[in-house]
Design a protein around this ligand. Structure first.
Ligand SMILES: [Zn+2]
Length: 276
């Protein structure tokens, strides 16, 4: 079976863990690194015949339209990561709607394709922001992939379903794809992306993907371009934050290479299409 590959396209100065160091006004003065990092991923995906969903910030698409076209021309899905990487938990309904709408308009404009999906910055669709699904649906999207069914200090709906579900009672066509977890000793264990993917050994990741596949569930992998960039500026973060943020970036491309070789990969769009 095919698993789902996704990339959250943002710069090295966008993640929540470093955002206190980079107020919005400073972004234009930061060294741009995203284009080279995405191109590195595109090359690997091409070599491995892997198709992916790219959840892209509107801010990025505005600056590098040719990058978005390149991603789209290679058959990957263009989806939204919002405009300015603000967590939904820090916005009200109207602010979130404006931010998301702005990103959808830019991405559609640049790619010439309809945008179907959204991933919230820092998985910030949580219990207190469950109103977000209605906003996302009302802007014409078909799916969301923002829920992490785990306990975490920044995000998570620990008791959310571990498999795709319909979060809106009045709309069975709108789907939530929660991040992959394994159920071990009564607990949901994350493994499929970001720091989890970098910290766990390849053997464990392989076992986790195969375990989900044996239950007929596709694994969802999520990565960020900056997680493959050894030369990015190293920032003064606290100990835990630093570990989560920079651990094993050096070996991450090789690990991804192994995963792309060992399994078949597709986008959410293609997966949705196959189901309907
Ligand atoms: Zn992000």
């Amino acid at each position: 079976m095919k698993n789902i590959l996704s990339v959250d396209v943002e710069e090295w100065f966008h993640p929540e863990a470093v955002q206190h160091l980079f107020p919005r006004e400073s972004w234009n003065d930061c060294e741009p690194r995203v284009v080279a990092n995405v191109d590195k991923l595109l090359e690997l995906f091409e070599k491995k015949s892997a198709t992916a969903t790219f959840f892209i910030l509107g801010w990025i698409a505005e600056r590098y339209p040719e990058l978005i076209q390149r991603i789209s021309d290679r058959g990957h899905e263009i989806a939204s990561h919002g405009y300015s990487h603000r967590m939904v938990t820090k916005l009200d309904r109207k602010e979130f709607g404006n931010d998301l709408n702005q990103s959808i308009e830019i991405l559609q404009d640049v790619s010439g394709k309809r945008i179907l999906g959204f991933r919230a910055p820092t998985f910030s669709v949580v219990k207190q922001t469950s109103w977000a699904w209605e906003v996302i649906r009302n802007l014409g999207l078909k799916y969301d992939s923002s829920v992490y069914p785990i306990h975490h200090d920044r995000y998570g709906i620990p008791d959310a379903p571990r498999q795709k579900y319909q979060p809106l009672d009045d709309d069975p066509d709108f789907i939530e794809y929660p991040m992959s977890t394994l159920r071990i000793l009564g607990k949901n264990i994350p493994f499929g992306g970001g720091g989890y993917l970098r910290i766990f050994p390849l053997k464990f990741t392989n076992w986790a993907i195969s375990k989900l596949n044996s239950e007929n569930i596709p694994a969802i992998i999520f990565i960020h371009p900056w997680e493959f960039d050894e030369k990015q500026p190293v920032l003064p973060l606290g100990r835990i934050s630093k570990t989560r943020h920079y651990f094993n970036i050096k070996n991450n491309l090789l690990k991804l290479d192994h995963l792309l070789t060992g399994y078949r990969w597709t986008s959410f769009e293609e997966y949705l299409g196959k189901e309907n």
